[in-house]
Design a protein around this ligand. Sequence first.
Ligand SMILES: Cc1ncc(C[n+]2csc(CCOP(=O)(O)OP(=O)(O)O)c2C)c(N)n1
Length: 565
Amino acid sequence: MDSESQTRIAAEDYLDALGAHGIDHLFCNPGTDFAPIVEAFARAARTNRKVPRPMVIPHENAALSMAHGYTMVTGRPQAVMLHTNVGTANSINMLIDASRDRVPVLLTSGRTPFTESGASGSRSAYIHWAQEMYDQAGMLREVVKWDYEMKRGDQAATVVDRALELAMASPKGPVYLSLPREVLGEVVDTPAESNRAHRARPHAPVPSASDIEQLAEWIAMARAPVVITSLLGQDPRDAVVLSRLAERWALPVIPYNTRYFAISANHPMFQGSMPGPLLDDADLVIVIESDVPWMPSKEAPRSGARIVQIGEDPLYGRYPMRSFPSDLTITASALSVLEALEQALQDRAGVHIDERRARLVARSQKLHAQWRDEADRAGRGDKNTLTWLNHCLREVVDRDTIVINEYSFRQEYCPLESPGSLFGVSSAGGLGWGFGASLGAKLAAPQRQVLSVLGDGAYMFANPTACHYVAQMQNLPVLTVIYNNALYNAVRRATLDMYGEGVAAQGDGRLLADLPAPNFEKIVAAHDGHGERVERPADLPAALRRASAAVRSGQQALVNVICPP
Ligand SMILES: Cc1ncc(C[n+]2csc(CCOP(=O)(O)OP(=O)(O)O)c2C)c(N)n1
């Protein structure tokens, strides 16, 4: 027996367990609680054991959004380790985003040593007393599916099994594990190989035959159906089947606040991103994976319309209040419902299908003409606009590009073609996600161009220095395009919406919303990146092309597009 196997510590078992579960990365922001993890990584490097690759990410939100980005591209959960209560607290914004969008991640953090002296790993730094909490997981329990504190060193493998089986069970989501330093440092026996208990994982739910029959019947009879989606496309196969169904059955699709690619804007059944116009007339509203399918304070389906709610958790059991009506509620994965519907509809004839198709194709052509006109007009204007920015993105977006959207991307002006090519900020709207997610996506798909389109506010929430640093140090050249309206426009809109006749409206709702438009392009330059500031519409296409060329040659790039409101 060599000296290392005599002193094998629990942290080694723990890293082995992560490796055995196919976790490629441990995104870390370390502290004094990490000593056994550092030792275990050092030992693993000497023995070539399969363990995750540790990466230091200099802000916790960036670490978590990177894990999110990696998983949304690969489907495989990753692990994050942060420093005790303080590091964990810093990450909760991104944890809420992941939680609401059902992205599995194993979030872990050290727990300050519980022994004041006497054990290996006992408290040895001033902070170790003040960092202790009565219930460290309490601050995030509401947004994880499971939390646990490892109690003994010999638990490492079973605890990781348990964490990941729950993270991956439908509906997926983050889980949390705290790791006391003494426990990670415990000396454990050399593990017997392959003593792992077999644990078959459950599949996502599938629909009942009778529900599918009912829905197929309603689709066949409907005069004006509409499909509203938000999370559909999380599994890229969803979009392939939806596209076929929409084509065959003349089903208009509205990806409303979509976080994934559900359908291409070039598909004739893509009917814009707002449900309002079609909702007024619809007699069948099929909501697939959408927590908020319309804004009830402003619009609603007409009375008598049949409403169907479909999703892995169609009641959104973790949302305190949600009261969208439903005539048929199906707990099942989007893919299983779409595939079953395709089968069930095969032998039916649609009553209004020809009329429906003619009407929707004409509507689509009209919408496309409008969007083109808007873009033409925007290009002739004297200032950049959201429309022009999106239209110009066509210069650099190809079929292989991954687009990350934190507010400002619109397929209407820059249609995408490929399932798995679009990812948007969570329905929780915790800003600061996009930049880190783009780094995670690039790590997952190094051969693809990754473009994130961010508001200036969203960019600043991402701790941009930390993200540019990661792009540089980890060689992750991503393209960041900032829609810089020098404003928290969402804040301004909310003020004007509620107090349009109020005193705040006299200042155009800008109180607490106005921002300066700093030279963000100089921040990327500080990290050896390519940065450009674009004031005039005519200069934008070439600037984007230069930035994309820089990215393709391995340099991160940022285009600061000044879009005065
Ligand atoms: C972490 C976090 N803090 C605050 C907010 C509230 N908020 C919503 S939108 C917004 C403004 C975002 O600004 P920007 O990205 O520039 O987009 P714009 O509203 O100008 O389109 C803010 C502050 C939030 N969503 N998330």
